[in-house]
Ligand binder design. Structure first.
Ligand SMILES: Nc1ncnc2c1ncn2[C@@H]1O[C@H](COP(=O)(O)OP(=O)(O)O)[C@@H](O)[C@H]1O
Ligand SMILES: N[C@@H](CCOP(=O)(O)O)C(=O)O
Length: 309
């Protein structure tokens, strides 16, 4: 196998996981993209540059998440490059619940695969998705970042022979009328930290209610947006995370009190409200609810997932 000469660029979308009741399983790709350009160098060394989100804060060495993911792909393919140059143009805010880490992982894996001629013959899509889920630790963001649109993902049951757990992802329809408005707070929270706030077990009644709402959400997103408000009620994670993001939960409460289908995006603290059409009167009205100092984006659903330019 040989490396590709010259730079290769991939773009990868932001994602919103959970969407209310779909904890660790539902995810939606959004049209806000990071762009990664990689090039194989014939001499040894690693050159990483970052502009935008994470500039000045993410490491620029082997511990950089895109580089780690690229190394994982080269490992599976069985060929590490002599040297590597990577430039990241990041638009997805970090640690805000908009899937920046999944974008970095999927982007890195796809970029590395594209830098090896015939790389997809060894690292096929299924293996790539499973590798990404393993690095991220949960599959709900990596699925829409890779496939685009709305995805349902999860882990298969453990094999009786004790072989490695495998993840699955199914992409399903999204009504073209649906768009979102996201409200991004100034200060972020690390996903790992707020996963630690969740209890080991939940009441059976909560689990039952949540299962009903997440099933309804699949139908609502597919062609019944009038049910989105009811379908976005969560019973498994948002309330437990309130102490780490009280302003976000307060905004969710306020929006829901006015009948808006609002949720915490991913592990938070971004708040996402479902809407219909980015330029609509509804999104303009929603944008006016943005708390002072926060950033608001009106976004379409991304249907492409990761792309090689
Ligand atoms: N593009 C990136 N390049 C390097 N590191 C990244 C990138 N995106 C995310 N990370 C790492 O992942 C962390 C955020 O991941 P996480 O806490 O899962 O939040 P989220 O994925 O919701 O933005 C960042 O603080 C940074 O360490
Ligand atoms: N299901 C996860 C989703 C984390 O998404 P992120 O965008 O915040 O990384 C969780 O709720 O912990």
């Amino acid at each position: 196998m040989t490396f590709v000469e010259g730079p290769v660029t991939v773009t990868v979308p932001a994602t919103s996981a959970n969407l209310g009741p779909g904890y660790d399983s539902l995810g939606l790709a959004l049209d806000l993209r990071d762009e990664l350009t990689g090039e194989i160098l014939t001499s040894e060394g690693l050159e990483v540059t970052v502009e935008g989100a994470g500039e000045g804060s993410v490491p620029l060495d082997e511990s950089h998440l895109v580089v780690r993911s690229m190394r994982a792909a080269f490992e599976v393919i069985g060929k590490q490059p002599p040297g590597l140059r990577l430039h990241c143009r990041n638009r997805i805010p970090h640690a805000r619940g908009m899937g920046s880490s999944s974008a970095a992982i999927i982007g890195g894996l796809v970029l590395a695969r594209a830098l090896v001629a015939g790389g997809e013959l060894i690292l096929d899509d299924d293996t790539l998705f499973r590798t990404a889920a393993e690095i991220e630790g949960h599959p709900d963001n990596v699925a829409p970042a890779f496939y685009g649109g709305f995805t349902i993902a999860g882990e298969d049951d453990a094999s009786p022979t004790g072989s490695a757990t495998h993840c699955f992802a199914v992409r399903t329809a999204v009504d073209p009328r649906i768009s979102v408005v996201v409200f991004v707070p100034v200060v972020g929270v690390e996903t790992k930290t707020v996963r630690g706030l969740l209890p080991e077990t939940v009441p059976h009644a909560d689990a039952a209610a949540d299962a009903g709402r997440s099933a309804l959400l699949v139908a609502a997103l597919s062609d019944a947006p009038e049910h989105l408000y009811r379908a976005t009620r969560d019973f498994l994670h948002q309330e437990y995370r309130r102490p780490a993001m009280p302003e976000s939960l307060a905004l969710v409460d306020e929006l829901r009190a006015d009948g808006v289908a609002a949720i915490v995006s991913g592990a938070g603290p971004t708040v996402l409200a479902f809407s219909s059409g980015v330029e609509s009167a509804e999104t303009t009205k929603l944008a006016a609810r943005c708390p002072a100092g926060w950033t608001c984006h009106s976004l379409n659903v991304d249907i492409d997932g990761v792309r090689i330019l």
